[in-house]
Write a protein that binds this ligand. Sequence first.
Ligand code: 4AD
Ligand code: MG
Length: 463
Amino acid sequence: MDKSSVALARQPAAVGRQVQLSGWVRTRRDSKGGFSFLELNDGSCFGNIQVIADGKLANYESEVKKLTAGSSVTVSGEVRASPAQGQPTEIHAETVTVHGGADPETYALQKKRHSFEFLRTLAHLRPRTNTFGAVARVRNCVCRSIHDFFQEQGFLYVHPPIITGSDCEGAGQMFKVTTLDLGKLPRQGQAVDFAQDFFGRPTYLTVSGQLEAEVFACSLGKVYTFGPTFRAENSNTSRHLAEFWMVEPEMAFYDLHDNMDLAEAFLKRIIRDVLQRCPEDMQFFNERIDPAVIATLEGVADSEFIRLSYTEAVDRLQKSGATFEFPAAWGNDLQAEHERYLTEQTFKRPVILYDYPSTIKPFYMRLNDDGRTVRAMDVLVPRVGEIIGGSQREERLDVLERRMKEQGLDPEAYWWYLDLRRYGTVPHSGFGLGLERTVQFVTGMGNIRDVIPFPRTPGNAEF
Ligand code: 4AD
Ligand code: MG
């Protein structure tokens, strides 16, 4: 008999088929009629399938009647139309093979609802809960959508290194990579002698694959990266991780407006795919996590994003009459409270802010003619705030070198990046979308630690 899945067996079309299903028991209920109901989940979809285990099964008394939440089984039998409400089908078991029990005295996932804080201490078991199963499926759907979107448009998927010598964002929030013995560091005078380290120089975990993506865009046209990135910033917020996944498209011959158009189409595509491919999971998020999440996503998919310069945004915030913990002021980074005000109060939809002050953005963004703003763009969405950060890149060698020096970077160390401007330089643009913030946005989940399997935050790397 073929291995099947709960997802397939739950479809009305499966009625009459013999199937074999393997998964974990969510609940067992014994009927007075001498048989039992098992709710079985195998992760293939949100819902369980009800298994009817007859008292005549050889192992009914010895095993089936002892099954508890979390036990693993393989069931074979026929799919029948279910007389019960809310489930099209059920399985009439001909055999139930028990793989492993789960002692209810010690197994932490009992039927009651657990807090997300508690489940973070059980990162190895939480994928077995409704919420984390749904998050995992939606996260997978978003990743598929990312690849589909770029592949369909002729982008090449490129792989920047994870270990790097350059600080793309220039913010100095990098994790060091070393094989030196920290108790016995080799010295050159006072300083550590990195010539003796594995790579013969200081190296770090990458904060972004952008610089390497630019190399490929300035050779092959349209590319994207998609991989893990690392930031050693000590931010204990619901939107920051020390290890997160980022998608970074980079396009030659794209200006900032082309970049914004692409970002908007990209986000809308992800949203439409999730609504279409994960209806059951999304229904759950709408019922249990955020009652507005589906309506919000449908609104975003159908509306045009607002495009507003940073200067206009600051002006609007100042004139809004709202009280902020940190009043908005030209030249300062916008706070989460400002981003939320713009997307949730002022416009009630995503907002693309552009032309930020040069002093608060990295060296690689193209300087505007006013000399004090750069061709940056941030896409802000309700609840989450910044979900995308990007820019048109500085393609003029002299301006780029000047900006690097202003920000305390040594142009020599970026000689290969500058070569892109020395030889056949082109206008180009790109952006980075944070995968976890995207999953937060589409699911309505409040904390970023609950949308990545094993979150890395200050003080936390248990699993
Ligand atoms: O705005 P960021 O820092 O931009 C870059 O890294 C550029 N190199 C991207 C590019 O132009 N190719 O980060 C981009 C996005 C943010 O908008 C946010 O969604 C996410 O990455 N992000 C984080 N997500 C989780 N935890 C953190 N600590 C994050 N920092 C950034
Ligand atoms: Mg940013």
